[in-house]
Design a protein around this ligand. Structure first.
Ligand code: MOS
Length: 691
């Protein structure tokens, strides 16, 4: 077994980014650009009955106010969060009811404040409870997974088990909050639309806009050249691109719309709150005989989104008798959506805390307990894993971390007024792939150009695609340029589900190999006019594999808890992952420690409060919604075990964008229990819960 951590190539666009030359969506200003500012609803549910735009239109520079009365009509699409300003219904507080457009940003903001909306409010229900009469089991959870699964006889096996854990864990709503807010600059020219949009997938945005506006997709170009983070909140089109396109069509001038951060919480999605009951039945040796993971969550009345938190329990451990179920209720609340490792981050928090409780109940070491429950086949599908190496991650992590020096008794270590503890949890994220196309050109000048509508959301996608092409072409990396981030490029899937590198890379690899063959046919030289080859992986990707495929990992945390204040600090966080071949150690490590840092935020700080009276979130900025700052992150280390798995894709890679956040919160919570003896089952681990 080897762990590999040699540096990889630096980001191709790094210099552009640090010098400010890289242009983001709101940094395009075509001549005559106007500015838009949205007006959110101030009631939690009801109807718009009057709209008075008189005062708003008196603002100097005012161009128009769009409302449901005058906005361009949109065609129906699956995602109803995009059907904006189409009727008088207010499904939740913060839903957009008008859009002010002016010559300047300041005027647009002043106009938005001056728009007078009269409402007919209705009673609303924004409170999730585990006894809510509206709860039901959905056919499908997010990702198309069955809403409920049963194997064997859970009730009987649990009843007979000598060791049992029955615990309920809660996670509050969480928000993605990327550095770059959701923004679009849109312009119409001769019936065609060009939108610079901050998005994780310009092809998806292009195709959705084509449906909404009833246009051939060839008449729409969406550019997402540089994107300042998304974490799922830009995975599919969000309101800004629809509003900007409507505003530009209505006014006849280019329109720029950057959503104010204070409005993001209600409009671009969030990780839904989940209440999770986990029951584990095991032998005295800790081997699991019965596993139930039951999830209660909420969605909105606009669109169904069911956080698939019970899904990882279908893959992780031995579970001959298993029940994994989601219950969802549609409330008058903003629509939840994707947030980094939706389902896995939530579900593995609960499952991995329950594993720690089982370790305590049986006296089996937490690392050893996970080893004993390892499985070579995926319990739910019965398929063998193409590669797994969870045990190797646990063992290598334990060695590097110094796990075995630990006295397992809670409150056994302290330093002055600080209690110290360590905890472990496993990580898991499925290998997802989507069909992609790509084109590679060889110029007469000896250079190569890769063209694919991939999106670099800050991950280093450009760089790794250049590496893949260089390797498949057998040419030096310096000779390869990459164009990504435009729907005018060959069609490609979005950057989501940790599927980008595998999906785009497969197409780039295939096109590069085809081009290499073409060059060879020309006697190894490129004619002055150049050569080009294209590829599409639809057939390669859609074949149903006989294997279960996932990335795994093990995370170890050491915490220090202040006895007097209850404040928890994470002293050390160490992860070892198994994710196929990591193609670029530099950007790969950034992905993993970025995920772990986000998991640290989930453990200790991050929380959005849905105010039941108003039906909306109280935290609306980065002061009240605290994402980890540098001062919160002490020692953090990510390593990996290089896996040679021929069943993944030609590069042998698994996704790494999300596996890093999975398990972190449990590792920290388990360490806090070890330090204090207090089992907090409700995130985040705020100080008052420990006093
Ligand atoms: Mo990620 S939540 O799959 O964009």
């Amino acid at each position: 077994m080897s762990t590999v951590n040699t540096p990889g190539p630096a980001r191709l666009e790094g210099r552009e980014k640090v010098t400010g030359a890289a242009r983001y969506a709101a940094e395009h200003t075509p001549p005559g650009t106007a500015y838009a500012w949205p007006v959110p609803a101030t009631i939690a549910r009801g109807r718009v009955v009057t709209v008075d735009t008189g005062r708003a239109m008196d603002e100097p520079g005012a161009l128009a106010v769009l409302t449901h009365e005058n906005a361009p009509r949109l065609k129906d699409v699956d995602d109803a969060t995009l059907l904006l300003l189409q009727n008088d219904r207010v499904p939740h507080r913060g839903w957009y009811v008008a859009l002010a457009i002016a010559r300047t940003l300041e005027a647009a903001r002043a106009m938005a404040a001056a728009v007078e909306i009269g409402y007919a409010p209705e009673d609303h229900d924004a409170v999730l409870t585990t006894g809510h009469p509206g709860l039901r089991v959905p056919d499908e959870a997010n990702g198309g997974f069955p809403g409920s699964r049963e194997r064997g006889d859970f009730d009987g096996a649990y009843e007979r088990a000598p060791a049992r854990v029955d615990a309920t864990y809660t996670i509050p709503p969480l928000h993605n909050h990327p550095m770059e807010p959701h923004a679009t600059t849109a312009r119409w020219e001769d019936g065609t639309l060009v939108a610079h949009d901050s998005s994780q997938g310009a092809t998806t945005v292009q195709e959705t806009l084509a449906e909404l506006f009833g246009l051939a997709k060839e008449r729409i170009t969406v550019v997402s050249e540089h994107v300042g983070g998304g974490f799922g909140s830009k995975g599919t089109p969000r309101p800004q691109v629809v509003l900007a396109a409507m505003a530009a069509r209505h006014t006849g001038v280019p329109v720029k719309l950057a959503l104010p951060r204070a409005q993001l919480a209600a409009t671009v999605g969030h990780r839904a709150p989940v209440v999770q009951r986990v029951r584990l039945g095991a032998g005295e040796d800790g081997v699991i005989t019965a596993l139930a993971h039951e999830v209660v969550t909420q969605t909105s009345t606009v669109r169904e989104f069911v956080e698939q938190a019970a899904v990882p329990a279908r893959s992780m451990y031995l579970s001959p008798n298993s029940r994994t179920t989601h219950h969802v209720v549609a409330l008058d609340v903003p629509s939840p959506s994707w947030m980094r490792a939706p389902g896995e981050a939530s579900g593995m928090y609960a499952l991995e805390c329950a594993m720690d409780e089982l370790a305590c109940a049986t006296g089996v070491d937490p690392v050893e307990l996970r080893v004993r429950n390892d499985t070579a086949t995926e319990p739910d599908s019965g398929k063998p894993f193409s590669s797994r190496h969870l045990v190797e991650c646990l063992r290598e992590g334990a060695r590097r971390f110094g796990w075995h020096e630990r006295d397992p008794r809670p409150r056994s270590r302290s330093e002055g007024r600080f209690l110290l503890g360590t905890g472990v949890a496993s990580s898991y994220y499925p290998v997802l792939l989507a069909p992609s196309s790509a084109e590679v050109r060889a110029g007469g000048d000896g250079r190569y150009l890769v063209r694919v509508n991939a999106t670099d959301i800050g991950t280093g996608a450009r760089t790794v695609l250049a590496q893949i092409a260089a390797e498949a072409l057998a040419v030096p990396l310096e000779l390869v340029s990459v164009e990504v981030g435009s729907s005018a490029l060959p069609r490609a899937p979005l950057a989501g589900g940790s599927s980008g590198t595998g999906s785009w890379g497969w197409a780039v690899h295939k096109a590069s190999r085809a081009l290499r063959a073409l060059v060879d046919e020309h006697g190894g030289t490129v004619p002055p006019g150049g050569l080009a080859a294209g590829a599409d992986t639809s057939d390669d990707v859609e074949a149903e594999p006989p294997y279960a495929k996932a990335a795994f990992g093990a995370q170890f945390a050491e915490v220090r808890v202040d006895r007097d204040t209850g404040e928890t600090r994470v002293r050390r966080l160490l992860g070892v992952f198994a994710a196929g071949h990591v193609l670029n150690a530099r950007t790969g490590r950034s992905q993993l420690i970025g995920g772990m840092t986000m998991g640290l935020g989930m453990a200790l700080h991050e929380s959005s409060t849905l105010d039941a009276r108003f039906g909306d979130f109280a935290e609306r900025d980065l002061a009240s919604y605290h994402v980890p700052a540098c001062a919160d992150v002490h020692g953090i280390e990510a390593y990996w075990i290089d896996e040679d798995d021929p069943h993944l894709n030609p590069m042998g890679s698994k996704g790494i964008g999300e596996v890093g956040i999975v398990g972190t919160a449990a590792a920290v919570a388990n360490a806090v229990h070890h330090a204090t003896g207090v089992r907090v089952r409700d995130l985040p681990l705020h100080p008052e819960k420990l006093l």
